[in-house]
Design a protein around this ligand. Structure first.
Ligand code: SF4
Length: 499
């Protein structure tokens, strides 16, 4: 049977344009791919819990949000462009009834920013619908797409996530049950995928064989105990779920009325967690390796001070992600820490272009320097990374305009020299400033007095984990899953091949 898209699977899939795909419009930071959430709890308001789970995961993607619930065989889906709090209201959530829910918040990495690409992706099979939420990026999309199109799959979006859903549907329609069909489909996928998959019989949580993107399991007390899946532990905390453990690389967990069952679906899993999750993407209050990322980021700052001390009057951090490292830098260097930049905390991503004057005035829409703190001071400014360098340059100018005598920039990660193909938008290589320039040249370009990056050793040693258990390809070019040449061209490769 050819899988068809569910009739009630979409609400008005019109295009809202893709202005964020213009390089100039994009923030000068690596952008996270997605947040995923799943819950099986028939006695609870699963849609509302999924809403709050996604609300906590909002930092992982701000372009679209969606929730699918299963009421027996029936699937209810709502998804739209915008922030979680903009997409949903009480009345929409009330209509999303069911025993289990799958949620997704998206930033586009494969496929442009359009409503039709919002998730969960819902596909029908002989066993009923499945709803799939994906964090990560496949690197074999060209081949998989060809296989699916040859088998007459009616792909309607340009995302690799929909392809995974259709691959599962194909296997199920060929006679497999949910678990067997899903596992066969996972073997057809290469790259990064942390998935939450809803079915009429239960939910699955899956990580790729390298565990590149995170996925955790939580429990809700009661009789019986119920299970929750989330990209990060902050998605559990917000609904009062207890952190149980990670979904392991190459593991699939199947959660239903009987509880949780675990299966290792691939023979040779290895741990290659994206180290950028720890440096920047994941929320500082999320826990990885039994500690908050706030603690890890403070250690990065301490190590940075040991590696590249400078004589100065003040240490400041670029809010929010540079703050823990700035505090760590201050602790080791003895240089007082202060807030020198105030962030407008109520701005989301805007699709409205600033005026030319505003553009020239720099970054003050989001960050405003505190003149009386900075005036006459030799300032060390700590940031977590530099991608294109455009924002950093404006930031340095803003500090000097506020009266800083010297500006010394310290970065709590090594230079980003290679693009990411596993679900993070780090831009193509020719836009990465560290791929084109030496540290001295970057310092000149940014107009700082001195510039220093953390070493790769410093970054991985601060994790206190096995250095081999991380992907750090954007710093080294050593990709744990080989990236085919055609994919290296563009993050929008599927746009070019879409029919
Ligand atoms: S290439 Fe960089 S951003 Fe991408 S998964 Fe690896 S460490 Fe993370």
């Amino acid at each position: 049977m050819i899988p068809n898209r569910s009739a009630h699977a979409d609400n008005h899939p019109e295009s809202l344009g893709n202005s964020m795909n213009n390089v100039e419009n994009r923030p000068d930071k690596p952008e996270e791919a997605c947040g995923v959430f799943g819950i099986y709890a028939p006695e609870q308001d699963v849609a509302k819990l999924a809403y709050f789970g996604l609300y906590a995961l909002q930092h992982r993607g701000q372009e679209s949000a969606g929730i699918a619930t299963f009421e027996g065989e029936r699937v209810h889906l709502y998804k739209d462009m915008g922030l979680v709090s903009q997409v949903f209201n009480e009345s929409i959530l009330q209509d999303l009834v069911g025993d289990l829910a799958v949620g997704h918040t998206r930033y586009s990495t494969t496929g442009s920013s359009r409503k039709v690409n919002a998730q969960p992706a819902v596909v029908e099979t002989r066993l009923g619908s499945l709803a799939l939420a994906h964090n990560g990026n496949l690197v074999n999309t060209g081949k998989l797409r060809e296989e699916l199109v040859n088998n007459n799959c009616n792909l309607v979006s340009t995302t690799d996530s929909e392809m995974i859903a259709f691959a599962i549907a194909e296997e199920v329609n060929a006679g497999k049950d949910w678990l067997e069909g899903a596992i066969r489909a996972f073997h057809r996928c290469q790259g990064a995928f942390s998935l939450v998959i809803g079915t009429p019989n239960g939910i699955m949580g899956v990580r790729d064989p390298n565990g590149i993107r995170p996925l955790v399991i939580g429990t809700i007390e009661g009789n019986p105990v119920r299970y929750v899946l989330a990209s990060e532990t902050c998605g559990l905390d917000i609904i009062g779920a207890e952190y149980l453990r990670e979904v392991q690389p190459g593991e699939v967990v199947w959660i239903n009325e009987e509880g949780l069952a675990s299966f290792q679906w691939t023979p040779k899993p290895q741990r290659k967690l994206c180290i950028f999750e720890m440096i920047y993407f994941a929320r500082p209050d999320s826990v990885m390796h039994n500690e908050s990322l706030y603690s890890y980021r403070m250690r990065l700052g301490r190590r940075l001070a040991q590696e590249s001390l400078v004589d100065a009057d003040l240490v400041i951090g670029v809010p929010d992600s540079g703050i823990p490292a700035a505090i760590g830098y201050s602790q080791i260097s003895g240089i007082p820490y202060a807030e020198g930049l105030i962030k407008n905390r109520y701005v989301g991503r805007t699709f409205i272009q600033p005026t030319q004057n505003m553009r020239e005035s720099g970054i003050r829409m989001k960050l405003n320097p505190l003149k009386d703190v900075l005036y006459g001071k030799r300032v060390v400014i700590i940031d977590d990374s530099i991608v294109r360098g455009t924002t950093s340059r404006k930031l340095v100018k803003a500090l000097r305009d506020a009266g800083a005598l010297e500006v010394h920039m310290r970065i709590s990660s090594p230079p980003v020299t290679h693009p990411c193909f596993y679900g993070i938008d780090t831009d193509s290589q020719d836009h990465l400033i560290a791929a084109r320039m030496s540290v001295e040249e970057i310092a000149k370009q940014l107009e700082v007095d001195t510039l220093a990056y953390l070493t790769w050793d410093g970054m991985v040693e601060a994790t206190r984990e096995d250095p081999g258990s991380f992907c750090s390809a954007c710093f080294t070019g050593k990709y744990p899953v080989p990236v085919p040449e055609p994919l290296k061209g563009s993050k929008l490769i599927l746009e070019k091949t879409s029919v």
